[in-house]
Ligand binder design. Structure first.
Ligand SMILES: Nc1ncnc2c1ncn2[C@@H]1O[C@H](COP(=O)(O)OP(=O)(O)OP(=O)(O)O)[C@@H](O)[C@H]1O
Ligand SMILES: [Mg+2]
Length: 610
């Protein structure tokens, strides 16, 4: 029987071991969780335990006599790095870690030395270390992940024990200038400026875990403001502190800028004269009261702060609506419109203010309302004074125009009746004198007498024209439509313009005032056309409508820029157009003028017929 196919029994019998010892040995051998086998000098398996059988999924009969490279690796000679080969040289334990399929195996080979000191074989143990390997891999990966996280952090991260640094990340190195080896073993407070060291040390040792600020100290001695938070971690009965530290220089600068800017604006608002600024919280309690508010409302800042808006400056009858409006703004976002309102002083007198409002969120996210009030008392008074002066001016100009009309009528009558009569009397008297004179008058005297006749006639004609121009008696006697017809006939002859006249619905005469104004408007418009327009044709339309009398005068002349001439403070161009406007406005009518260079001029007037 070949040696390699011997059974346990046969080997045991040969070795002649006591039976119980043998049984104990077998049981122990089989109870081992690792796969164990005994090999001879050539690496052939003499004996194997049960774990080996299940590991190779073969019976001991199939295993014994084979080599492990045949059985495990399926090769006909030892694999590379085979510990058996090495052990034969070293006579010492040799190991190998290898992966077979998805399993990690730890192979140990121990030499068996016989009584002569020669190598008789070896003990071969194969342990499945897959789970250990997996755990090691997981730990390695987790360590790498942790390192990655810590390195990628914008914060400097330190791990310390009892205030001494054990570890830091690369951000910490960049931030402070200490290399990892310089950092390890250094006291944590060495990263902190002397004035804050005690506080930081206390925080570290007491396990304080809230965010706090301190001045950090770099290796080069420079400092910067930092935000720090530490956390105590416990493992293997050790307590370490993980500290994260942030450079907050930029934030501090921004905060400082903000603070300064807030300070600036606050002081502007505090001191700005004549603009009363008040701040209220969402419940209308006063939180801000500037100097101008003190002056305007009569309450000192100390008196005002903490009081309710409505109790201080809102007149009693407005309180409910103001409370409602503020509530609506705070709760529903409906803003209070800015505008003029009456508010109340400390002495309970009311006065007009122009009030604007804003709602802001403070740093705590709470709503605050600010009111900006401008005292309108003086402006109101000035407006009223202006209105009164305008009224007075209107009255004055209407009186002037009426007086002018009266005067023109009087002079016109005087010229017509007195001067006209006088000239007629002169003509009659000359004629009767002429009859009494001898017939043989010299030609010179005859010529002079003829001249006197002609001069008297001319003067009489001119006086008649002047009298009509000043105030045609026709206007009073026959009315607007025939007077304008007469006037336009004379105008047409004098100017050679193509004048079209369109009276519409004027059977019934309007009041003498309306007639006079329309007559004067037409007269001035036509004068302007002669003086300025260089027009070829003119249309004059007067129309009596239901409730108003309308006049429309249009020319096809060169036109002009209206704005340059209607500004009341610019009287360079004369007073014709302004006079028209004034006359129309006295009768509460509407005046409109349209003109542009090269496109003629249109004037239209509408006067109500009361
Ligand atoms: N129909 C028109 N065509 C062109 N320009 C006109 C016409 N009417 C008025 N203007 C322009 O408007 C200006 C103002 O006219 P306005 O009647 O007020 O003054 P005026 O005729 O110059 O002087 P005044 O009427 O006091 O004798 C004129 O100087 C002229 O330049
Ligand atoms: Mg004019």
């Amino acid at each position: 029987m070949p040696a390699e196919k011997q059974t346990h029994e046969e080997i045991n019998q040969k070795e002649m071991l006591p039976k119980t010892t043998l049984a104990q040995w077998h049981t122990t051998f089989d109870a081992i969780n690792d796969a164990v086998c005994l090999l001879d000098m050539n690496g052939k398996i003499l004996r194997c335990n049960k774990t080996m059988e299940s590991f190779l999924k073969k019976s001991s009969k199939e295993i014994i006599g084979g080599t492990c490279w045949e059985l495990v690796h399926g090769t006909d000679k030892p694999v590379k790095g085979c510990p058996i080969v090495r052990m034969k040289k070293t006579f010492c334990r040799e190991t190998l870690v290898l992966k077979v399929d998805d399993k990690w195996l730890n192979v140990t080979v121990d030499p068996v030395i016989d009584e002569t000191g020669n190598l008789a074989g070896s003990v071969h143990i194969i342990s499945d270390i897959t789970r250990r390997k997996q755990r090691e891999e997981a730990i390695k990966e987790s360590k790498e992940r942790y390192r990655g996280l810590s390195e990628a952090s914008f914060e400097a991260i330190f791990i310390s024990e009892k205030g001494v640094c054990l570890e830091q990340n690369s951000t910490a190195e960049k931030m402070f200038g200490y290399t990892l080896s310089e950092a390890i073993g250094r006291k944590g407070v060495e990263w902190i400026a002397p004035e804050d060291r005690e506080m930081v040390m206390n925080n570290m040792l007491s396990g304080y875990e809230e965010l706090y600020e301190a001045t950090a100290l770099r290796k080069d001695g420079s400092t910067f403001p930092a935000e720090i938070q530490g956390k105590m971690m416990h493992y293997k009965r050790r307590t370490v502190r993980v500290t994260a530290l942030n450079d907050i220089t930029k934030r501090k600068q921004a905060e400082e800028e903000l603070r300064k800017s807030e300070q600036r604006f606050r002081s502007i608002f505090e001191n700005i004269p004549n603009i009363a600024v008040q701040g209220y919280d969402a419940d209308r309690k006063i939180i801000f009261w500037n100097q101008a508010s003190e002056k305007l409302y009569g309450y000192k800042k100390e008196e005002a702060i903490g009081n309710q808006l409505e109790d201080l400056i809102i007149p009693f009858e407005m309180r409910e609506s103001v409370i409602e409006a503020v509530r609506n703004w705070v709760e529903n976002g409906i803003p209070i419109p800015h505008g003029e309102l009456k508010l109340m002083r400390k002495d309970k007198t009311t006065f007009p203010v122009y009030s604007s409002h804003v709602i802001l969120k403070n740093i705590n996210g709470e709503l605050e309302m600010y009111c900006i009030d401008i005292d309108m008392t003086e402006r109101k008074q000035a407006e009223e004074a202006l209105l009164n002066s305008e009224k007075r001016l209107h009255y004055l100009s209407s009186q002037l125009i009426t007086a002018q009309e009266k005067e023109r009528r009087r002079i016109s009558l005087e010229l017509h009746d007195e001067m006209g009569q006088a000239l007629t009397a002169i003509s009659i008297n000359i004629r009767s004198i002429e009859k009494e004179l001898p017939l043989d008058l010299t030609p010179l005297i005859k010529e002079r007498i003829a001249e006197i006749y002609s001069l008297a006639d001319q003067a009489s004609e001119q006086i008649r024209e002047l009298s009509h121009y000043l105030r045609p008696s026709m206007l009073d006697d026959l009315g607007l439509v025939p007077t304008l017809r007469w006037y336009l006939d004379v105008y047409r002859k004098r100017t050679n313009l193509d004048v079209k006249y369109e009276p519409i619905n004027f059977e019934e005469r309007p009041s003498p005032e309306v007639e006079t104004v329309i007559y004067r408007v037409v007269q001035e418009a036509l004068n302007n056309i002669v003086k300025h327009a260089q027009a070829g044709s003119v249309l004059v339309r007067v129309e009596r409508k239901d409730k108003e009398a309308a006049v429309f005068i249009k020319d096809n002349g060169r036109g002009f820029e209206v704005n340059e001439f209607l500004a009341p403070d610019d009287l360079k161009g004369g007073i014709g157009l302004l006079g028209m406007q004034e006359r129309v406005s006295i009768l509460e009518g509407k005046f409109s003028l349209q003109s542009s260079k090269g496109h003629g001029t249109r004037i239209s007037v509408e006067i109500p017929l009361h």
